[in-house]
Design a protein around this ligand. Structure first.
Ligand code: 3HC
Length: 281
């Protein structure tokens, strides 16, 4: 597979497009407006420039990767894609609409993947008439740096669909793939989200400061970021939708979104991307 499509050019979509283009694939990002498509390209350019400045990538390779990237607002540009990875906002109805459009826009053999954090994959697969070619491919933020990708098969995913995507992720992108069943949160978020929610409850109860909670988990457990810094990085809105999906799936109290998380999302304090979350940027 070398012809890749990415739906959505936000943090995750741009990161996925970047790693695919760096690995030699031809990549098309589809956005809803030209302005967003241009912003997606700018995101990839910025990250490639950072990789060059950190001596992770030669300037020529960054230029070549950018040369393999196109941005568009037209689904018709996906007609020749072998794999399309959807990285749109975490709204089930929106994703179902995208998958119905993708089925029309792509060839019968195109693999359709979703990067959803926690919506069960079958919910988007059933928006198509060919759910055997739909699979979950979950990357981690920041995509160019984090080595893991979760591959999620639904009850209807064809084994060859999951195998082909897994081979692309490991052999072409050089990432580590793990397989998980189609349960909300898969492996990582099912473990990570309750931990992050618990950190919010601890902060909200006032018995430790944000700085001390973060310092404690960095210094005490060797985590690269404390939980509240990580929440600001992931985005509080993304975390809230992940917690809501997990709670809807398992109805266990530790998955329930804390009230403070909801209030911060209501207030538009979404973390780094809006300049304010648990910290101010
Ligand atoms: N391209 C390539 N490499 C890059 C890069 C880029 N754009 N930007 C940074 N790097 C490299 C750096 O060169 C450095 O490499 P080195 O260790 O070999 O020198 C490495 O990445 C780390 O970069 P920095 O030195 O700039 O930054 P830090 O050391 O502070 O690490 C971090 C930043 C990697 C983000 C680290 O803090 C971390 O791992 N944090 C936790 C992230 C995490 O948990 N992510 C998962 C979130 S959950 C998720 O995404 C799921 C979703 O569904 C919610």
């Amino acid at each position: 597979m070398q012809q890749i499509g990415v739906i959505g050019g936000g943090t995750m979509g741009a990161g996925i497009a970047e790693v695919c283009a760096k690995a030699g694939s031809d990549v098309v990002i589809v956005e809803v407006k030209q302005e967003f498509a241009d912003a997606a390209r700018a995101r990839v350019e910025k990250s490639l420039a950072k990789a060059v400045s950190r001596n992770k990538l030669a300037q020529d390779d960054a230029d070549a990767a950018l040369g393999r990237l196109r941005v568009t607002t037209d689904y018709a540009d996906l007609a020749d894609r072998e794999l399309v990875i959807e990285a749109a906002p975490e709204i089930e109805e929106l994703k179902r609409e995208i998958f119905a459009n993708l089925e029309e826009a792509t060839g019968a053999n195109t693999i359709l993947a979703t990067n959803t954090s926690s919506i069960p994959i079958i919910k988007v697969a059933t928006a198509t008439k060919t759910p055997e070619r739909v699979v979950g491919v979950h990357f981690f933020n920041p995509v160019p740096v984090m080595p893991l990708v979760e591959i999620i098969s639904t009850l209807t995913t064809a084994p060859e669909t999951a195998d082909a995507v897994s081979a692309y992720v490991t052999d072409t992108l050089g990432k580590t793939a793990v397989r998980a069943g189609d349960r909300s949160g898969f492996i990582v978020n099912a473990l990570l989200i309750p931990y992050l929610c618990q950190a919010i409850r601890m902060f909200d109860s006032g018995y430790a400061s944000a700085e001390d909670i973060d310092l404690a988990m960095k210094g005490g457990c060797g985590y690269p970021m404390g939980p509240l810094t990580l929440l600001d990085t992931i985005g509080l809105d993304v975390t809230l939708s992940a917690a809501e999906s997990l709670y809807a799936e398992f109805a266990e109290p530790h998955y329930a979104p804390p009230a403070l998380l909801r209030r911060m999302v209501d207030a538009g304090r979404l973390g780094r991307k809006t300049g304010r979350g648990f910290y101010t940027y």
